[in-house]
Design a binder for this molecule. Structure first.
Ligand SMILES: [Zn+2]
Length: 199
């Protein structure tokens, strides 16, 4: 194998590690990129290099952006007294696409899992409880996936906030059993947010 071919093979191998891409689609994507290297590949490489150095987690909510505090946390209009708790940044972005929620978020970074030994300290749950205390929060909306671990986590947080005077609600209607937020359409997310219920 020539050195040039080795570089391309290495690129295909890296691409194949992306979620949703196997070796076959990675090969197709790389071929496409090489054919469109002026219009697509060069700008993509530049954008990736930039984001690779600038991307960081928001120190308050865990969203991913390019500043220490994300746009949503910096926006005073979003200090509504509501925090929407999600498992992953992809869920936060899905909620934002739905455009139904005007408050702020809190990204847990996963769910409680006895099997994988994930406890509250491994997630951003202590940070959530501190925010509820410090930010004049009236309502915590649990927008967790309708999986066993998601619901276990929801109940843990509801119990931790019991007696704090804060309303704890969860998304209802719309989220299918075993469903993941990131795969829902915008309308379903809007309906689920509207139909949230007290735990
Ligand atoms: Zn933030």
């Amino acid at each position: 194998m020539s050195e040039a071919t080795r570089d391309i093979e290495a690129l295909i191998e890296l691409m194949a590690r992306l979620p949703g891409l196997g070796p076959r689609s990675a090969r197709r994507a790389v071929l496409h990129l090489i054919k469109k290297r002026g219009a697509v590949m060069a700008p993509l490489a530049k954008a990736m290099a930039e984001v690779a150095t600038s991307a960081r987690e928001c120190a308050a909510c865990g969203n991913i952006g390019t500043a220490d505090i994300c746009d949503i946390c910096r926006d005073e209009r979003r200090a509504t007294g509501e925090i929407c708790v999600v498992e992953d940044v992809a869920d936060l972005w899905a909620m934002e696409r739905g455009q139904a929620f005007k408050g702020r978020y809190h990204v847990l970074g996963g769910t409680l899992s006895a099997l994988d030994a994930v406890g509250p300290e491994e997630l951003r749950i202590p940070k959530l409880l501190a925010r509820v205390r410090d930010e004049e929060i009236r309502e915590v909306i649990l927008a967790l996936n309708a999986t066993v671990d998601g619901q276990t986590t929801a109940h843990y947080i509801a119990e931790a906030l019991d007696g704090s005077g804060v309303a704890v609600t969860s998304l209802a209607q719309g989220v299918p059993i075993g469903g993941e937020l990131d795969y829902l359409d915008d309308g379903t997310i809007q309906a689920a947010l509207r139909a949230r219920k007290r735990l």
